[in-house]
Write a protein that binds this ligand. Sequence first.
Ligand code: ADP
Ligand code: MG
Length: 253
Amino acid sequence: PADSEVVLQVEAVRKQFGGLVAVNDVSFEMRAGQIMGLIGPNGAGKSTTFNLITGVLSLTSGRVQYRGETISGLSSREIAKRGISRSFQHVKMIPDMTVLENVALGAHLRGHRGALSAMLRLDRAEEQRLLREAAQQLRRVGMGDRMHELAGNLAMGPQRLLEIARALCGDPALLLLDEPAAGLRYKEKQALATVLRQLREEGLSILLVEHDMDLVMQVCDRMVVMEFGTRLMEGTPPEVQQSPAVRAAYLGT
Ligand code: ADP
Ligand code: MG
C-alpha cells in the first residue's frame, strides 16, 4: 500500500573501499507490505547496499533507519534480531544434509558466531524447535513436500526457495533477497514470483535485487535504479521502464 508505514529509510548512505566509492550517497525509502526492486548493472553497488543495510559492512557515512530507529552502527546480529533478514547472492548449503536440516542449521547459525561451537551447544529441545520452525517456513515457500530430500539433489529453483525459507526463520518483517532468480528456468521464476507475492500478501516487506527484468516488473511495487554507486531513479515499474535515462544506462535502448 502506497500510504503504509515507512519501514526502511536509507539516508545518503555511502561506502568507500579505498579510493572506490561503491555506494555514493544513496537514499530511498520503503513502505510496509511492498516489494521494492533494486536494479542496476553489475558493480552498481546493489549487494554493497544490502551489506550496509544488514550491518555486514559498516557505512562510510549516512544513516539507515528501520521503523523510525537508527540501525546503522548496530551489528548484523542486532539488526537481524530487529526483524531484518536476507539471502545471499551465492547459496551455501550442505549437500548431504536434508532440506529441512539445512534450513534449521542456517537459522541456527544466523544467531551465533562460530558454526562448530553453535552446533556443539545445540540441545535437544532447541533442535526440535528449530526443526519445527524450519518445516513451517518450508511449507510457506511451497517446499513442504520436499523437506526430507537431500539438499544436494535439488534443482536451482528449489535451492533458492530453500534459501528463502532459511531467511524466513525468525519471522522477519523485512526480507532482502539478492538475485533469487539468477540461473532459474522460466517455470522456476514463475514459482518464485508466486512465493514473493504470497509473502507480500502476508504483510512482509521485500527488497529485491534482481537482474531478471520480467520478474522485477511483474512483482515489484516500486523500484530503485542504481548505476556506478549512485541512485539513477526511483519509481513504479512503468515509470522506470519509460525513463530515458534508465533505458540509456541500463536497458541499453
Ligand atoms: P552489484 O551487487 O551491484 O553488482 P557490488 O555492490 O557487489 O555491486 O559492488 C560494487 C562495487 O564495489 C564494485 O566495483 C565492486 O568491485 C566493489 N566492491 C564490492 N565489495 C567490495 C569489497 N569488499 N572490497 C572492495 N571492493 C568491493
Ligand atoms: Mg551483487
